[in-house]
Design a protein around this ligand. Structure first.
Ligand code: DGL
Length: 273
């Protein structure tokens, strides 16, 4: 099969650290033939407590790095960077860039029946109100409540997803959501899908959970098809991993999230981009 240069080029995916692997996992599931270059900013995580200017600066550096890998499109897997930097980087770079917020918002708008939606995310994402803005732009009848759950990220990173303490923290953060009218809740942070079974058990079956990663991979496919850039190869594409620090820890985490083994992860100096 003839595959042209654009089709064969990888997709750049980035996150503040390991959480974006939940998005890579979904892309590899839905777009098997695509090659991926992933960057996790493990030296500077978390983004969720940082200012907009800093997150924009970090995102630009990462996109400049990914451009050196000749990527054909970029997926900002990080909700915080999607919330705070997407508009700015779209103006700066001449490459298709998609974030996770709009796909996640759209999925929730389609899923809610009673027009009450909850969103959980980092402090920065919740403060930006970007999910509320997108949802109410799509359907002004929907009321949205947002809640920052900052401890979920370290719980996942420290491997506490099956620990009892996680159940207590879920109760602490989500009791008001559970008691509210919401029938749909967006997991507006890359790490939260890794707690999905515990969150599902806590909320019960009446609240639908939206993981933006799924819709993001679908959007990516539509965009690549429209631009005639879908990779038609039938075998599994390659995935290269880069981080800004602690490659070994990243690799171990990646191997617990990804459906196949990650053989190598390279550390790069992101400050130089
Ligand atoms: N990747 C971030 C997000 O999705 C969570 C971790 C962080 O705070 O950097 O919002």
């Amino acid at each position: 099969m003839d595959i042209n240069e654009k089709e064969a080029a990888p997709i750049g995916v980035f996150d503040s650290g390991v959480g974006g692997l939940t998005v890579v996992r979904e892309i590899t599931r839905q777009l098997q033939g695509e090659n991926i270059v992933y960057f996790g900013d493990t030296a500077r995580v978390p983004y969720g407590s940082k200012s907009k200017d800093t997150i924009i600066r970090f995102s630009k550096q990462i996109i400049r790095f990914l451009e050196t890998k000749k990527v054909k499109a970029i997926v900002i897997a990080c909700n915080t960077a999607s919330a705070l930097a997407l508009d700015e980087v779209r103006e700066t770079f001449d490459i298709p860039i998609i974030g996770v917020v709009v796909p996640g918002a759209r999925a929730a708008v389609e899923a809610t029946v009673n027009h009450h939606v909850g969103v959980v995310g980092t402090d920065a994402t919740v403060r930006s109100k970007v999910y509320t803005t997108n949802i109410t732009d799509m359907d002004p009848e929907i009321s949205v409540i947002e809640k920052a759950c900052p401890l979920f990220v370290p719980l996942v990173e420290e491997g506490f997803k099956d620990h009892n303490v996680t159940e207590e923290i879920i109760d602490h953060y989500l009791s008001s959501m559970k008691a509210s009218k919401i029938d749909t809740m967006i997991l507006g942070c890359t790490h939260y899908p890794l707690l999905q079974s515990k969150i599902r058990a806590y909320l019960g079956e009446d609240i639908q959970i939206v993981n933006p990663a799924y819709e993001t991979a679908m959007d990516l496919q539509k965009i690549l098809r429209r631009l005639h850039m879908l990779n038609p190869q039938s075998e599994q594409g390659y995935c290269e991993f880069y981080v800004s620090d602690a490659a070994e820890k990243f690799k171990q985490f990646a191997n617990s999230v990804m459906p196949y083994d990650i053989s190598s992860t390279k550390v790069i100096n992101i400050e130089k981009y």
